[in-house]
Write a protein that binds this ligand. Structure first.
Ligand code: OSB
Ligand code: MG
Length: 376
């Protein structure tokens, strides 16, 4: 039985080491909502992946804060949870707000792993001791700067390069990259920047031998992606469209994609992420773990999730130093020359949280305490 003593929400502000640009906008610093749970003398953490603006998803850090404070935290503090997965039932009356729910549920998993004295990866059902890593490279001011970045990441060992793309930053770039690196694992992510009039244009990308084309069309679409997939040799990968297991089943059934990107926040927490993973595995669809420019807390949760068996393609989970001058965990996440991250084998998330650093970055906080319980 899990009974929480308190839930603390805090916002930290953290500048990115390098701006990150996608088809939907440019991020230079992050406002991040962290969750801290206390129970049985233990402290567990969660990270909400919602951004500052509703560009990637309709949730933002501010909507997540409001929903957690007004709806989710009171329910969680009052609950007698048997397992972390019990959060799903506890939160089901609230529609949507999956990133808010995921931040809390994942913190409860983090807590359970500590209570059980097992690595979080083991609690989730993970089997891998290392995870294969790729990088997501944002749109750059010039093609030359992009080529320099790719060179650096390949030299660091990363196994797959994903290029953010949009109309005007696509064919010319793919061509230049393929000319210099004909054989690397290369993919692209349009974050919904294309429309039906672009189908022929996208079909032309088959010549670049991309591993996949991520979310080329509308963020909430399956049907038009299925029409596009029929026109392509290259696999489509869905990110934004997949909100839960049912979406994965629908997308697989109508052949909207051949690969699925799983982001634990986007699907509402570890329980649903595992359900998507299993549904894809049963149907022979490989998955990989996406990223949302997380701090080490969310990153450590992504590492644990990536240890499940069907995470067979390199994910967007990469080294802390690619994002932050200093992370908020120690040790920081590092990647081996073979392009792998070692899955921690110690109890819990496997990385210490740097509380002093978090305190100094905190700009707002709100704490909820459990009501006194009647004990038998
Ligand atoms: O679409 O995968 C995406 C970052 C923010 C929002 C959406 C996406 C991304 C990334 C970066 O691609 C992944 C990462 O390095 O964390
Ligand atoms: Mg994506």
């Amino acid at each position: 039985m899990i009974n929480l003593d308190s839930i603390q929400l805090r916002e930290i502000n953290l500048p990115l080491s390098h701006p990150f640009e996608t088809s939907f906008g440019r991020t230079t610093a992050r406002r991040i909502l962290l969750i801290e749970l206390e129970a049985e003398g233990l402290t567990a953490w969660g990270e909400c992946v919602a951004g500052e603006h509703p560009y990637f998803s309709d949730e933002t850090i501010d909507t997540a804060w409001m929903i957690i404070a007004s709806e989710l935290a009171p329910r969680l503090l009052d609950a007698d949870l048997e397992t972390p997965g019990g959060c799903v039932d506890l939160f089901k009356q609230i529609r949507g707000h999956r990133m808010a729910k995921g931040a809390l549920e994942n913190a409860v998993w983090d807590l359970q792993a500590q209570i059980d004295g097992v690595p979080l990866a083991t609690l989730l059902g993970g089997v891998r001791s290392t995870i294969p890593c790729g990088v997501s490279i944002g749109i750059q001011p010039t093609p030359e700067q992009l080529m320099d970045k790719i060179e650096t990441e390949l030299a660091a060992g990363y196994q797959r390069i994903k290029l953010k793309c949009k109309p005007g930053w696509d064919n010319r770039i793919f061509e230049a990259v393929r000319k210099r690196w004909p054989d690397i694992l290369l993919s692209c992510d349009a974050n919904s920047a294309y429309r039906m009039k672009d189908f022929n244009h996208i079909a032309g990308w088959d010549e670049f031998q991309l591993l996949m084309i991520e979310q080329p069309l509308w963020y909430d679409d399956f049907y038009f992606h299925s029409l596009l997939q029929k026109r392509l040799d290259t696999a489509i990968c869905l990110d934004e469209s997949i909100r839960n297991r049912r979406d994965a089943l629908a997308a697989i059934d109508m052949e909207s994609c051949r690969i699925i990107n799983i982001k634990v926040g986007r699907v509402g927490g570890f329980s649903e992420a595992i359900a998507v993973h299993n549904a894809a595995a049963e149907r022979g669809i490989p998955v990989w773990c996406g990223g949302m420019l997380e701090t080490g807390i969310g990153r450590s949760h992504n590492i644990a999730l990536s240890s499940l068996s069907n995470f067979s393609l390199p994910g967007d989970v990469s080294a802390s130093a690619r994002y932050w001058s200093e992370d908020i965990i120690e040790p920081e996440v590092t990647v081996s020359p073979a392009g792998e991250i070692a899955v921690p084998t110690t109890a819990g998330r496997g990385f210490e949280v740097r509380r002093d650093r978090i305190e100094s970055l905190t700009v707002r906080r709100q704490t909820f305490h459990a009501r006194a319980r009647v004990t038998a």
